[in-house]
Design a protein around this ligand. Structure first.
Ligand code: TXA
Ligand code: MG
Length: 339
């Protein structure tokens, strides 16, 4: 398949958006930027289009897609309605990096929801994707644009090598402003439950609905017993051997890890916040604060592959809800290996 690749700028924005929506209207697949990570999108109402997304990503067919809408009001077209609490949440956080699970309307095919009676819906604020949805005239199903099991992509350098020849069009832009995927919440039960933590946090949502928001058992369980290893949980995986260093390790202890690796001829690297930069030689900086770390995390994980790092240590971050969301990804990437 020939892939049309366009770097968006202020001169070609209108024509690029028109081209992308024409492709999607005719059943094609387009990769576009969003505020969280790049998405790989197609007509959410058409089974054959959804099928193409699964194929391009190599994604298991029971893993449902997020349906993206351009206007908040469109939630009513693709769901069986929402309760007052959910309405409150979306009018606060949409457009933005929040996905809600609701009961699906009949027009959403089971192929898009991986066979479920519920559908994940997100109204993104990124202007490019928002305009593509509007111009297409229907919702767009879009998972993160990465081969299944690999880290999500937030910068143009990795998109082309991963998807050239697999989709009809790729739109490249500046790095994603948020950098981790949307927070996913289930609104179909008595309690609101976070299925995937993200930039919008538990307390952000609690402040709006004035009731407790829960974490999915899986998130908490794996956090409280991080030693549970296993390929079963491996996502976002770089090729290198990745470990998480507990934050309470001293710099001398960390240097001892590096020294021992070197004695075994393994040139390992440290990945950490900028404040550690002066402490270690083989160092990759994640930036100074948690917002920067969120923005950089997937780029750094992918960079490890690019420069063929055999082994890396990620110095744990904590003490904020955003850090918790970031560590959710890092733990999966490291297959829960702590040292
Ligand atoms: O930020 C984002 O959400 C990005 C951009 C492109 O919008 N998209 C994204 O999609 O991260 P994806 O497919 O990589 O992740 C969607 C997550 C998956 O874990 C999927 O299993 C879950 O949402 N999901 C989708 N529909 C669901 C449903 N009906 N019930 C439960 N989980 C669902
Ligand atoms: Mg994904």
């Amino acid at each position: 398949m020939k892939t049309e690749i366009i770097k968006i700028n202020k001169y070609n924005t209108d024509t690029t958006i028109k081209k992308a929506s024409d492709i999607i209207k005719s059943g094609g697949v387009v990769i576009f930027p969003t505020e969280t990570v790049y998405g790989i999108g197609a007509n959410a109402l058409d089974e054959k289009s959804s099928e193409k997304i699964y194929k391009a990503k190599g994604r298991p067919s029971d893993n449902p897609l997020i349906v993206h809408i351009a206007d908040i009001i469109d939630i009513y077209k693709i769901s069986n309605g929402i309760d007052k609490r959910t309405k409150n949440i979306i009018s606060t956080f949409w457009p933005g990096p929040l996905t809600i699970i609701v009961k699906k309307a009949d027009i959403i095919p089971y192929r898009t929801t991986g066979g479920l009676n519920t559908v994940a819906v997100r109204c993104p604020y990124n202007n490019i994707v928002n305009r593509i949805i509007k111009k297409s005239g229907f919702p767009i199903a879009a998972p993160s644009a990465n081969i299944s099991g690999k880290p999500s992509i937030t910068s143009e350098e990795f998109i082309v090598e991963e998807f050239n020849g697999k989709v009809d069009m790729i739109i490249l832009d500046n790095d994603s402003s948020i950098g981790i995927e949307s927070t996913v919440i289930d609104t179909t039960e008595k309690n609101i439950t976070i299925l995937r933590p993200g930039y919008i946090t538990k307390s952000d949502i609690e402040n709006v609905i004035k009731e407790e928001v829960h974490f999915d058992f899986n998130i908490v369980d794996k956090l409280s017993s991080p030693k549970s290893p296993g390929m079963k949980y491996k996502h976002y995986s770089p090729k290198c051997d990745l470990y998480i260093i507990s934050e309470n390790r001293t710099n001398d202890e960390i240097r001892a890890f590096l020294k021992r690796d070197l004695e075994n001829n393994i040139h390992s690297v440290i990945i950490a916040k900028e404040k550690y930069n002066s402490e270690f030689d083989n160092f990759i900086s994640l930036g100074t604060d948690d917002v920067a770390v969120a923005k950089n995390i997937f780029k750094v994980l992918r960079k490890l592959d690019k420069i063929n790092v055999p082994k890396a240590y990620f110095i744990e971050i904590s003490n904020s809800e955003l850090a918790f969301s970031i560590m959710d990804r890092v733990k999966k990437a490291a297959a829960y290996k702590f040292v």
